[in-house]
Design a protein around this ligand. Structure first.
Ligand code: IPE
Ligand code: MG
Length: 254
């Protein structure tokens, strides 16, 4: 590592020590194909390969910075439905061979999956479910949620469906369910219930949109937009985002 970079990383870590920290960071890993094109790669799918390995590094930085909970958006429901099937296949392969494998080896994380798993190839859904099972008993680990085949609106629709199914199974009247419905009822039926809401959402690649990510959970989150494409996002960019978050929280509370 470049000595100046190392020095700056230490300085940022020191600054963070006195600041409020997010418990849960969500990351929109955008810009893989633009990164590949800028790097002169002929096959833009290689951007996804670098991007998947980059998430492993991001997880290590997050763990080191004390972040207990990470949600990473690997692919939206729309990505899976609309992109070239060869690109989608490649992404799904990476989810199986890089992400699912990595989490099984990296004992710092317990895996959760958020999204419509029936949109995924069977082998991908299976590999992810097996990784969730394999990491389930890591009680001291942090919580990593992979959002794949994910849409925030569909998550809310699925949660409402869950509320109604539960009510139907217990024979309750619809009018009673409607009258008594609470935020907690919806929250309990999200894809990964029980997690704290994200305190901070980071989106890379300069896009200034939320794009249907964590619609329900991120209503009160701080958002940090970063111009770098995902594979170019560095540890110092994470630490800076954490510093900005900590400073904002302090300002709000003063
Ligand atoms: C993010 O990179 C990964 C996915 C959405 C699957 P993109 O594939 O969106 O890359 P850009 O934004 O086109 O550069
Ligand atoms: Mg994109």
């Amino acid at each position: 590592m470049n000595p100046l970079y190392r020095l700056y990383t230490h300085k940022l870590r020191r600054q963070l020590a006195g600041l409020p920290q997010p418990q849960h960071v969500a990351i929109v890993m955008d810009g893989n194909r633009r990164w590949a094109r800028q790097a002169g790669l002929d096959d833009v799918r290689l951007g996804h390969r670098f991007g998947a390995h980059h998430l492993e590094q991001f997880l290590a930085w997050s763990a080191r910075a004390g972040v207990r909970c990470v949600t990473a958006w690997v692919a939206s429901a729309d990505n899976i439905k609309r992109r070239d099937p060869a690109e989608v296949d490649y992404l799904m392969q990476l989810a199986e061979t890089v992400l699912a494998k990595h989490v099984r080896r990296d004992h710092r994380w317990r895996l959760h999956v958020a999204g419509q798993l029936d949109l995924l190839p069977d082998s991908t859904a299976r590999a992810l479910k097996e990784a969730v099972e394999a990491t389930r008993d890591r009680h001291d680990a942090g919580d990593l949620t992979i959002a794949i085949g994910y849409s925030g609106r569909l998550e809310v629709v699925d949660a409402v469906r869950g509320v109604l199914d539960e009510a139907a199974a217990s024979g309750r009247e619809l009018s009673e369910v409607a009258a008594e419905l609470t935020e907690e009822d919806i929250s309990r039926h999200l894809y990964v219930p029980g997690l704290p809401d994200p305190d901070l959402v980071i989106r890379t690649s300069g896009e200034l949109r939320m794009s249907d990510f964590l619609l329900w959970q991120a209503t009160r989150s701080d958002i940090e937009f970063c111009d770098l494409n995902w594979p170019a996002f560095r540890e110092i960019d994470l630490l800076r985002a954490l510093r900005t978050y900590g400073q904002r929280v302090l300002e709000r509370s003063s």
